[in-house]
Design a protein around this ligand. Structure first.
Ligand code: HSE
Length: 305
């Protein structure tokens, strides 16, 4: 019987939570899976034109990862893939595809893997858990990947916390944005990073919205990536003057995330972000999004499973 799997986009790092902190937003990759006697992979929509329509598709390879972890062969199926997650923009499009694929493979196999195993397969494949954990669980997730497993704490988003994203039109590959990072950091930078990441996690857990802009300071990755994203440095310095509670590069970029208080207007922040785009020669769009609290959903014949 046909089932669908829907996985959300995500924004990783949130400033200092490099490779360890992320939240999910309601833009989705959706798979429609129908067991049948042969494998068919069908990417749908203009955004996926050019992605492979066979077993080399990233989604299908993710399904196969679930089978490998379960130690079983993957049953054949027709897999239709759609997405409204912008690709290569720092909004976790590959994590959404990876998580949706692993969950779909697990579902086809009769769910031999529990959520922790699904997360661990995804985090090991991606190399860090900060996009895949919120894509799987929704909300805000603090996570770490080590030799023994992927360990995480999921937080419900604080009341009144909303997200505004500036999504540039240009693409930036994660590998390019990781290649510009230093190999080593000083003790001062390390202490700065871990104290801010810890403060940010605690502020998010307790809904201390007034601390966000201080806690989101980062010298681990954003200063190195700023030359790749016109306007980023200005936004990190100035967004709080225009209504943002804090600002960060979203994942490896080029999307920039600002937090806002949902009780206030976001028009001044939008005007400011459009102004930065204009003076930086950037084109793109600015949208407000809630934080997705649901994560990945499997649905069979209209019933969420
Ligand atoms: N934490 C990752 C990075 C997210 O910043 O490179 C993108 O995959």
């Amino acid at each position: 019987m046909t089932f669908t799997v829907r996985s959300p986009a995500s924004s990783a790092n949130l400033g200092p939570g490099f490779d360890s902190l992320g939240l999910s937003v309601p833009l989705y990759t959706t798979l429609r899976v129908t067991p049948q006697d042969r494998t068919e992979v069908v990417p749908l929509g203009a955004d996926l034109a050019g992605t492979p329509a066979d077993e080399s598709n990233y989604v299908y390879r993710a399904m196969a990862l679930a089978a490998r972890r379960a130690g079983r062969p993957l049953p054949p199926a027709r897999v239709e893939i759609e997405t409204d997650v912008p690709l290569a923009r720092g909004l976790g499009s590959s994590a959404a595809a990876l998580v949706a694929g692993i969950v779909a493979g697990n579902e086809l196999l009769g769910r031999p893997l529990d959520d922790e195993a699904v997360l661990d397969v995804a985090a090991r494949e991606e190399g860090h858990p900060d996009n895949v954990a919120p894509a799987l669980f929704g909300g805000i997730v603090v996570a770490t990947l080590d030799r023994l497993g992927t360990h995480y704490v999921r937080l419900d988003p604080p009341a009144h916390l909303g997200v505004t994203v500036l999504i540039p039109e240009f693409e930036l590959s994660t590998s390019k944005a990781r290649a510009v990072l230093p190999r080593e950091y000083s003790r001062a930078d390390t202490v700065h990073a871990l104290s801010h990441a810890a403060l940010l996690a605690a502020a998010l857990a307790q809904g201390r919205l007034e601390l966000l802009r201080h806690a989101m300071q980062d010298y681990v990755h954003q200063i190195w990536r700023a030359p790749l994203v016109p306007g980023l440095s200005d936004i990190l310095e100035e967004a709080h003057l225009h209504g943002a509670l804090g600002a960060a590069l979203s994942g490896a970029g080029p999307t920039v995330l600002c937090f806002h208080d949902t009780r206030g207007p976001t028009a001044p922040l939008h005007r400011y972000l459009h102004g930065v785009m204009a003076r930086s020669g950037l084109s793109g769009r600015v949208i407000d999004l809630p934080i997705d609290t649901v994560g990945t959903v499997v649905e069979r014949a209209g019933n969420p499973a």
